[in-house]
Ligand binder design. Sequence first.
Ligand SMILES: [Fe+2]
Ligand SMILES: [Fe+2]
Length: 210
Amino acid sequence: MPKEQVEGRFEEVKGKVKEVAGKVVGNKAMEQEGSAQKNAGKKQAAAGDEKKSAKSPSTPKAQDATTLLRHDHKVVSDLFDEYEKTNVRAKKKSLVAQICADLTIHAQLEEEIFYPAVKAALKDKELVPEATVEHATVKGLIAQVEGMEPDGEDFDAKIKVLSECVKHHVKEEQSQMFPRAKESKLDMLELGAQIASRKQELIAERSRRA
Ligand SMILES: [Fe+2]
Ligand SMILES: [Fe+2]
């Protein structure tokens, strides 16, 4: 609650008390003073209220590209952890669906927006091509598990390999590509905005197809 609103409420209550006390002891001046204080407090509290509502709905804070991509990495890593812990088939199925959807969108965002920008800024001939090949491996594994029934050791083995591939790939991005991108002249906030807006489009496209 904004300070202004808190102070206003406090003044309003104090005024009300004084107004009532004035009435009780029959002191008109005290009663009027209390009433004025109460109304002023009310106004102040309302101003604080307006301030609060002007802030909401809060505009999402602009985030730089690597923060957004790191966030995606964390979400997928948590989903893989959940997969490892469960034996419930339906849960496995929904986790794999989520993992595949998230990874597909994430890879597309990097390939469409982040990698080309990094490649150009760093004049890179190594990190981005290698990362793109790793994406192809991940996509190959996704094609083998997406929409399939999670039955048996083979399925679990494929998820395990997918998880390890992703872990290795994420480690390289976060330890090499992201720091170098941040040191470059790239406008990471601008790239972040492009990634965030494209992500919304891809999520919407995917849910339309589902
Ligand atoms: Fe990647
Ligand atoms: Fe990534």
